[in-house]
Design a protein around this ligand. Sequence first.
Ligand SMILES: O=C(CO)[C@H](O)[C@H](O)COP(=O)(O)O
Length: 235
Amino acid sequence: MKPIVQISLDLINIDEALETAALAMRAGVDWLEAGTPLILAEGLHGVRKLREAFPGVPIVADLKTMDGGYLEAEMMARAGATHVVVMARAHAETIKCVVQAGKDFGAKVMGDNMVCESMVDGAKFLEDLGCDYVIHHIGYDERRGIAASGQRMPSPLDQLREVVEAVNIPVQAVGGLSLEQAIQCPQYGAPLVVLGAPLTIDADSFKTASGDLEGSLRMICEAIHSQTTVLPKKT
Ligand SMILES: O=C(CO)[C@H](O)[C@H](O)COP(=O)(O)O
């Protein structure tokens, strides 16, 4: 599978999100993500505005659904989301409802294994219930808390290979990845590469010496697109 580049718009203002999304599209990004903070700040209107501005571009709504899954997925799909996100820690019935809504309203379902006791089992559970993709995710608070206690900060790369080997659906690694680590994800068999905080939150420190954010992002997209994801042979 050819790698796909997604940018997470973890912003709290739709104008800033639209501006960042336009730059990302010019640079060669494939998918836009309405991040959780953007959905909280702007709701369905934010997703609709992204859809109007970028017709034909896949939009992931990072809802992190825990309950009431059918309606949440339906509303996001009607607003223009092509992908919705449900949590593995939700009840199995919720995940099934999101999968059903995805079928009824033409959206793909990404299942997120954040804070599962076993992230590998969480990924399998999501696949068994019909999710189309697995998001292998180390949460923001978890990472910060562990780092603050003096321990090594966990990375989604730590168990990425195991997760990729456990399922037959595409995997995306999320949570604190540097740009260099994100670029490496297809080598782990994870073809959906999400670029987050280093671009949307730490944009100033990301710029190269030339200060050209768009040019730097274009180079990153090219580096990701030029790879082929090697998926492990399943037994
Ligand atoms: O969903 C999220 C938080 O729950 C973030 O989008 C995700 O953790 C990405 O984080 P970062 O951009 O720091 O890698």
